[in-house]
Write a protein that binds this ligand. Sequence first.
Ligand SMILES: Cc1cc2nc3c(=O)[nH]c(=O)nc-3n(C[C@H](O)[C@H](O)[C@H](O)COP(=O)(O)OP(=O)(O)OC[C@H]3O[C@@H](n4cnc5c(N)ncnc54)[C@H](O)[C@@H]3O)c2cc1C
Length: 330
Amino acid sequence: MEKISAPILVITDHTGNVDDGFVLTEPSKQLLTLAGSLTTGRIDAIALNPAPQVSELAKYGVSRVFTPDLEGLSPRVAAVVADAAFEVARQEAQYAAVLNVSNYRGREVAAGLAVRLGSGAVVDVTSCVVADGQFEAQKSVLAGTWSTKFKVTRGTPVIGLRPSAVEAKEVGEPTEPEIVPIKVSYSQPAVGVEVIESIEEGGQGRVSLTEAPVVVCGGRGTDGNFSLVDELANALGGAVGSTRVAADEGWIDRSTQIGQTGVSVAPNLYIGLGVSGAVHHACGIQASRHIVAVCDDPDAPIFEIVDFGVVGDINEVVPEALAALRQKGL
Ligand SMILES: Cc1cc2nc3c(=O)[nH]c(=O)nc-3n(C[C@H](O)[C@H](O)[C@H](O)COP(=O)(O)OP(=O)(O)OC[C@H]3O[C@@H](n4cnc5c(N)ncnc54)[C@H](O)[C@@H]3O)c2cc1C
């Protein structure tokens, strides 16, 4: 596979806090893995906390970790992150690309950073390769009906990768990352916003829907009983999603809705339970690596896009699947 030799800068995210310690997120590991597949050169990282998880960053081949002085500002504000990344890119000036996670904040960071770099941004990317010395990013557009390849033709491209689009893989020999504190001159949009409070919605320790490696989605076929959806998601360490019908009926929170007017997911495994796979829903799941469905209608459109489909009643199929998982100790 073709690679470039110039270094790549990766904007990493951590969860946690100063008291309990910071933990590198799975999507950040995926970004670092992608960086390693694109360059033979250095991989540098930005960490938006005072104590990044260096031991994990080392396992993904990071050479240097930039820790911007946040001056009391919140990294939840996209302009703060864009300013910090711009400062690193400006000082170093030789990065072939900046990679970040294409989540709600990441998309805004990518746009702001590309404007400041005078380059271009591609977000919601599901894969990226080097072709003829340039980055070629792929994403699905127009409600999943087209797959499109993009090249940023000037400056340092900013590439936003969808969570779970790439499988995280550690490098053979861990690096010894150097921590590099940096001073940032923050812009008006960065200092003009104060985060008053952040509450993790529906958290309870569960992985977030857009970043989960496994998504179990319930549709009208659940008839309002999401206990099997919950149980299967728990057994597989996944997140619970829903169709618009399920959210409209008030069976589950609107934030779980996947599709054209909900969120898009790209997990390693999507399982639809009692979901017909209407186009408005299918567009939000099409980037999933494996699609599995249990639906009692053999003519349901979801069976046109599944890797594995079961025509049957979820109330019979799912308990059998759970029993089989339990037998395997899951
Ligand atoms: C502008 C617009 C935007 C939209 N945006 C979205 C969106 O973002 N997300 C979204 O999801 N939808 C969206 N919709 C709605 C979408 O078109 C579909 O109506 C919706 O996705 C269908 O949800 P469903 O699969 O749960 O229900 P249905 O289409 O009714 O499918 C339920 C399926 O479950 C099967 N079933 C029933 N009982 C069982 C059982 N016991 N076991 C197994 N299978 C069973 C049925 O046979 C059926 O195939 C949008 C629509 C419009 C017009």
